[in-house]
Design a protein around this ligand. Sequence first.
Ligand SMILES: Cc1cc2nc3c(=O)[nH]c(=O)nc-3n(C[C@H](O)[C@H](O)[C@H](O)COP(=O)(O)OP(=O)(O)OC[C@H]3O[C@@H](n4cnc5c(N)ncnc54)[C@H](O)[C@@H]3O)c2cc1C
Length: 319
Amino acid sequence: MILVLIDHDQSEIDPLSLRALTAARKLGHEIEAVAIGSDGAQLAAIVGEYGATKLHVAAHDAITDYTPMASGRALKDLVDKFKPVAVLAAGSPRGNEQLAHLAAFLDIPMAAECSEITLGSPHHVLRARWAGNLIESAHVHSELLVATLLSFSVEAESANSGVAIVLTFEPALEPADSIVKVLSRDSGQSKAGLTLSDAKVIVSGGRGVGGPDGFGNLEELADLLGGTVGCSRVVTSSGWRPHAEQVGQTGTKVAPDLYIAAGISGAMQHIAGMKNSKTIVVINTDPEAPILRYADYAIIGDLHQVIPALTSAIRQAKG
Ligand SMILES: Cc1cc2nc3c(=O)[nH]c(=O)nc-3n(C[C@H](O)[C@H](O)[C@H](O)COP(=O)(O)OP(=O)(O)OC[C@H]3O[C@@H](n4cnc5c(N)ncnc54)[C@H](O)[C@@H]3O)c2cc1C
């Protein structure tokens, strides 16, 4: 049996978990899912549709929100009891963090961000390193494989199966397991209520925007296209925009229909977060900027002129 961690935020499933379920299904074992927190029980229909026969729900008074060490402990309880061949999760920051705690509790290795998995003795994985610039072929020498799936390496495919059976259990948590917990929340949503992960259009700005005020034009264009604003790390570390908007290796990995990169050079850590976008439009003054290698369309020019011109042309076209 393969156990797949279904990451959810107050019962809203992370779509990457459906991709992880799909990848797990292809490994030829029965799939069972696990959700942390009693509100995870609401996911029985969706995880069932994507092939899980059972949904284990870890319920405990100390699990009221995201508590990654408690997740690791709950997963360990399931591993001890059911002895799966693998525990998998999405290679999101949260998926990586929770499975790293599991691996630490079990004192075994963890393979993060795998694009291919072959179960065996030893297990074999291909995994992305250095922001996806290196693909590592590795053997994992542990009986149980603990691994996360590289974001967007597999499409989510429904198995058209029924609702999973919900099995609630109380993990044997220790006080230290809830030492890392959520104290407050910043929704990270745009005015239209979109987050980077669910936006179909992202208008992203880098150092070339010049400062926090320059983002007004990007917000206007994003609103007009029904999207949201993203940015590079230079922008968040300068305090121009919140971290929730950062795209990249240490921000959010995105794959919208349209990604507009304005004043962003294309460092590999940024590319790692947006290269799966369906259409990439680059606006840059430098015709040699590395990001142009990934562009479907490029406008060589000053974003302070190009973006208002685009906004006005789209407004006119929309009548
Ligand atoms: C461990 C690690 C993790 C990292 N994680 C991330 C991450 O998650 N996300 C991320 O983005 N970065 C990340 N970085 C930082 C990354 O290496 C780059 O420093 C950063 O992405 C550069 O941001 P930028 O493209 O906005 O700035 P720059 O590299 O300075 O590029 C600015 C661009 O704007 C163009 N420009 C200037 N003025 C204009 C104008 N008026 N109109 C149009 N174009 C203009 C310039 O030609 C240039 O191409 C990470 C770095 C490390 C070491």
